[in-house]
Each structure stands twice: as structure tokens, then as C-alpha cells.
Design a protein around this ligand. Sequence first.
Ligand code: GUN
Ligand code: ZN
Length: 450
Amino acid sequence: TSRTSVVFVHRGTFVHSTPENALQVMEDALVGVDDRGKIAFIGEGKELQKLSQVFGFSSSEVAQLERHEFFMPGLVDTHIHASQYSYVGTALDMPLLQWLNTYTFPVEACFKDLEFAQKVYTKVVRRTLRNGTTTACYFATIHTDASLLLGQIANDFGQRALVGKVCMDRNSSVKHYKETCQESEDEAHRFIKELLNKKYPLVKPVVTPRFALSCSEDLLSKLGEIAKNNNLHIQSHISENTEEVTLVKELFPDSESYTDVYHKCNLLTGKTVMAHGCYLSDNELDLFRETGASLSHCPNSNFSLCSGVLNVRNVLDHKVKCGLGTDVAGGYSSSVLDAVRKTLDASKVLTIQDPEHNTLSFEEVFRLATLGGSQALSLDDQIGNFEVGKDFDALRVNVAAPGGPIDLIQSDGPKILLEKFLNLGDDRNIVEVFVAGRKVVPFTDGLGEI
Ligand code: GUN
Ligand code: ZN
């Protein structure tokens, strides 16, 4: 009596996280996906007969994974600047505030040109999808029409995305790369209304004050109100660099902390994700937990801009939701796998400095990259792991892909295969990418493979 029909079934190893277990391995599993792209059932190979009768498929329609292959949930990039993909891998020779004024604002100003925006946004969506990012939380630029274009491109390629038109009304080094408070508020409204009108099934708007140094208190409050009235996601940056933290204290003398600046403006909610947070106090982390706001840990950026080292263990001990971000182009890699590795490195640096530090395990970091990211974006009712009723966002990984970066020496079990993929793998090992049940990689758009 199921009102949906199963459209494909995969048989093989599935690895994912649960709230209780950082890593759960299901060997010889059967996973069926329905015509809405949702997981219809998860069973065991030995239940094939029964499941095929209940869900009405024939055993010849079951696709068997190869040896050394497994499915894992799609990677979630909780913080990436789509516009900054235009200079990724360069310009990392100065600290944050100088970097913004010297490189970032002048480049972002170019996105007034829709043709340029189209070119860069197509490249970043294709590249991140190819890298296994099934969900991306994007900063665009202040330009409403170019930001709408990013939403369209993510929709066209089938990537799940939160898209933010950046709002900023002060402290820009570039004369025309700034709005008045009124313009910023009006354009934020227009962006949200027009993006919602498109009814893209996988793309949502996110209210995006750049950060406290780029926004007047007036603008921050207005954006808090807009988010509240429309029940929207919110993203920004917090406590990334010491100079920034000092300046925020000076600009907002009435606030108890950097976190309090946002909290006073209703910007900390259960649908808020803040990037970095390297210098948050335990009291500030408590405020994150109380409000349900989350952190995006962006270790490549934190190292590349010499910003700081976030203690993720302390964040998790405070029960604050946490995901991983590439923070392109403060981070030089657009791959969440890189964020996984640098998260492990950062945790080990903390252990070198303090042997009492409880180092993160690869299983825990795998969870941050998948289920943790979905929780940080408040999308864990829909994605993040393999549960009946969730959308099928998944990577088919072949650890032994021909021409790939991994040599298998022994007959490794699935847990070791996952560890090798996380530490050594790249897009050559990602054979297929599914978002909401649709195969989005390999590409079928005629532009060819990357
Ligand atoms: N803080 C404000 N804007 C930015 C940005 O574009 N990148 C990073 N890393 N930090 C920021
Ligand atoms: Zn950022």
C-alpha cells in the first residue's frame, strides 16, 4: 500500500554515522530509493526475496557494488564562498583583514558582471559536486541578480544548496563594493522573495550578514528580523582572528562578547551557522548551545590565513552543533576531504601542545563531514545519513579506482577502506554522486567531465 514506488536498489557495503555511533558499517546491505529520491527501505542481502515482494521490484534490477566499493552519505560543505573560487589557491600571504581589503573585496566587486558570475559559479558548482559535496552552504556577493544566478546553477546541476546574498554596509576597501543599510535590507528582501519564487526544490536562501565588522548594528538587527519573519537560515563569520575580535569589541562596546553582538540582533537561532569561532570563550559556546546555533570548522582557512586553531573537542564537549567548511578561498581546497584531513591535523596539533587533549578520531571527523554538517545546517531531518525517509544523498566510492591515488595491498575491511579514502582519496575514487536520488555525477550536461 506504499504510495511511492522503488526506482532503484543498491546492494553492497554502506557506511554512515548515527547520533550514537560515529561510524556504522552495514555489509551486504540492500537500500531502495523511491521516485521522490527518498530512502524507501534499508535491509540485508538475505532479505532480498521478502523486500522485492513488499516493495515491488525484481532482483534483476538490483545493482551490486563492486569489490572495494562502498556507499557513504554525501559530503556537506557548511561554509564556502562561491565567488572566491575565482582566485582559489592564491593570495594567502596576509592576515584576514588585510586579505579581505587587498584581494577579496576587489574580486567580489567583479560579480556585478553577470557573465563573469555565470562562468565562476558554474565552475564552483561542478567542481564541488565532482568532489562529492552534495550540500553546500554558499556565500555569493552583494549582487542580488548574480546571487540568484548561483541558485539557478546549483539547481540546474542538482546540488543541494543554501545560497546567501552577502549584506555589508561599512568598512569596505572598495568604494562600490558596499551598500547602504537600506539598500542591503531591500536587496536581501528581493533576493529571498525571488529565490523562493523560483521554487527550486533543493535550493534555499540564507540570510547573510558578512560579519560584525562589515555591518552596522542597524543592518544586523534588520537582518535578524527578516530571518525571524520568514523562518530562514542565517550564516556569518565569528571570532576568526584576534585582530577582528579586538575591533569588534571596540565597535560594539555595549556587547558582552562577539557572540552577544549577534545574539542581541536575533542572529543566533537553531538555523544559524557561524564560520570559524577559533577564539570563542566557554560562555560563548554555552550561548551557541542554548540558542541552537552551530559552528562551521574551516581548518584550511584557519591555517592558510594564520587565523587560529579551533578546539573542536571543546566545541563538541559543549554540545554545540559542528560541521566542516572549506571556506574557499581563505581555504585553498574546494574538497571536504581536505577539510577532514586538516581537521585531524588541527586536532593533532592541539595534542602536541597538550598531551591531555583528546584527539579526534577519523570516525568522528567522518561524522562531522556528513551527519554533523547536516545538523549544523539544520537539515538533518532530510540528509546526513542513511535512514528510511531521508533523501538519498550519497557517494559511490571505489577505493581501488583504476588510475586513482590509492594502492590496496592487503584485503582491507570496510572500516580500513573508509579510512584510506578519507586520508588518501580524491575525486577519482568518487564514481557516482547522488542528490535526492538523482545521479548528478558523472555529468550529463554535455560540458564534459572535469
Ligand atoms: N570574514 C568576513 N568575510 C570573510 C571572508 O570572505 N572570508 C573569511 N575567511 N573570513 C571573513
Ligand atoms: Zn568565510
